[in-house]
Design a protein around this ligand. Sequence first.
Ligand code: RBF
Length: 349
Amino acid sequence: MKQRPSAATALKLAIVGLAAVTFAVACAPEEETEVSYSIAVFVPGVVEGSPTYEMLVDGVRRAANERDGVAVRVIEGGFNQAEWSEGLTSLSATGEYDLIVSSNPSLPEIAAEVAEDFPDQRFLILDGYGHNHESMATVLFNQREQAFLNGYFAGLVTTHDGLEHVRDAGRIGLLAGQEYPIMNEVIRPAFALGAQTVDPDIEVDFRVLGNWYDAGTAQELAGSMIDRGADVILTIAGGGNQGVIAAAKERGGYVLWFDSPGYDHEPGVVLGSSIIRLDTIAYERTLEAIEGTRSFGVSEVVGVREGYVDFDTEHSLYERHVPSDIRAEMEEIVGRLHAGELELEMPRL
Ligand code: RBF
């Protein structure tokens, strides 16, 4: 026969039991709350040092935090691009994720192929376009406008006579991590167009790093651009961007940032910054997907007029280091894009 606990023991057990329940509620680890929606963020590269990927993770996490029971897992796909398809395939094959979110121009094509084998898997791809695949939504930024604004600013800087590191060469630089259709057919020509709108004789020294991480080689390339007369360099090279800053500090030059506000990376050296609000759109579109209001099979293009592409003229370091006549010219050109007086459409690639 089972022994009954004494009244005192029973009371003790009840108190311990109550404490245990209270403790469990107060400290319930997040994983134990019921997950009603699960998101995988597939980063094609690594997060750190790449402005678009930092914004991607930030925006998705912000959306997830707004609703109960939403789980987010961030997977870094690494720099071997040949492995990304396999990475997306194995994520889809788990069947665990309601949504896979990713970002870069090569992803729509890869995801569309994977989607053929996993028709129930939904994809949200930012900084990419197309394929109108029924299970995929894409958002492309008007990088013709974005690169034009950087080019226009670079043109104003290199023709200015009041800035310490400006010389007479009429040259500006662009360093790219690698060559790809948007770089070669949109960003590079629009950057040149912007600068040549200020002065048609300005030349662009275009260099390619060959990867998205090697800051040492980026520093050498940027150093050689500065030696050959480039006063100002736009860097779109992920982790390589730090090497461009190092070269500009060492030899005297200016750096332009792309995608996220870059001024704090090196005050007075990073002089201008175009921005895309990838964090905002990642937040908005992810929240729609969680709530079930997002349509798939849709490809969007957003630009200055929609409020997702801009030149960051608000930062205190911009006001401190950029001469007021250049700031006035930038206000005007951004205003013209807003008003539709200047139209720079994205070509269909
Ligand atoms: N940009 C980065 O900042 N870091 C990267 O690791 C990176 N990898 C890319 C890989 C491929 C295949 C392509 C096409 C672009 C990559 N980009 C990367 C560029 C990025 O998607 C975007 O075009 C630029 O940041 C300009 O907005």
